[in-house]
Design a binder for this molecule. Sequence first.
Ligand code: ADP
Ligand code: ADP
Length: 227
Amino acid sequence: MITFEDVTKRYRDGTVAVADLSLEVPTGAITVFVGPSGCGKTTSLRMINRMIDATSGRITLDGQDVREIDPPTLRRGIGYVIQQAGLFPHRKIVDNVATVPYLLGWSKRKARARAMDLLELVGLDPGLAGRYPFQLSGGQQQRVGVARALAADPPVLLMDEPFSAVDPIVRASLQDELLRLQSELRKTIVFVTHDIDEAVKLGDTVAVMRVGGRLAQMAGPATLLTE
Ligand code: ADP
Ligand code: ADP
C-alpha cells in the first residue's frame, strides 16, 4: 500500500502544486488521479518515486517513508510510464525493453528473451522488435513503454497520461489491454489522467483532484457516476 499523509508540495517559485493531500493507494489495484490540467497530478506521482520531494507530510510505501529508501532501490520497485513513451531513439525496440534487465546484470541473450516475452505480453507484433522507435506508431510506442516499465517486474506502476497522445480508437484498445494485463499481474497502479471517462473505465478507485492540489473526492467508479 502507498499512503499520502498530509502531503504538500510548494515549488521554489511559491506555487503550491499539492496541498494537504491524504489518501491511500491499495495494493494490487488501479487508483486513478483525475482532474484538470495543473491540479497537481504529475507532482503527486513524482513524489512517490522521489523525482521530487514533498515540502511537508510524508509518503509511505508498504509502511516505510519513501525518503528512507535509497532512490535506486525505490525505483527498481516502481515502473514509470509517461505520455510520449520516452524510448531511447537510437536503440532497437527489443533493446529498449532489455535495458533494465541488462542493468540488472542479465546476460544479453537472457535479457533479450525477457524483452521478447514482455513485448508479447503487451500485445506488440514481435516482428517490430528489430525496429527503431521512430518506425512505430504512437500506440505501438506506448505498448513498448509499458513493456519497459514492467521489465524488472516492479510491484508498483506509475502511469502519467500514458494514452493521452494517441487517437481515441487506439486509446480504447490500450485501455482494454491494460485491464487485461492487470487481471493477470495485479500490480499496484497509480494512473494519472485528465479524462474522467478513462478514470471511470480503469480505476478501481478514483481520486478527483481540483486546482490547488486538493482532493475533492475519492470513490469507486460506480459511486462517482451517481453523484
Ligand atoms: P523545485 O526544486 O522547487 O522542485 P524544479 O527544480 O522542479 O523546482 O523547477 C525549477 C524551476 O523551474 C521552478 O522554480 C519554476 O520556476 C520552473 N518551472 C518548471 N516547471 C514549471 C511549470 N510547469 N510551471 C511553472 N514553472 C515551472
Ligand atoms: P497536473 O499534472 O495535474 O497537470 P502538475 O503537477 O504538473 O499538474 O502541476 C501542478 C501545479 O504546479 C501547476 O500550477 C504547475 O504549473 C505547477 N508546477 C509544476 N511543476 C512546477 C515547477 N517545477 N515549478 C513551479 N511550478 C510547477
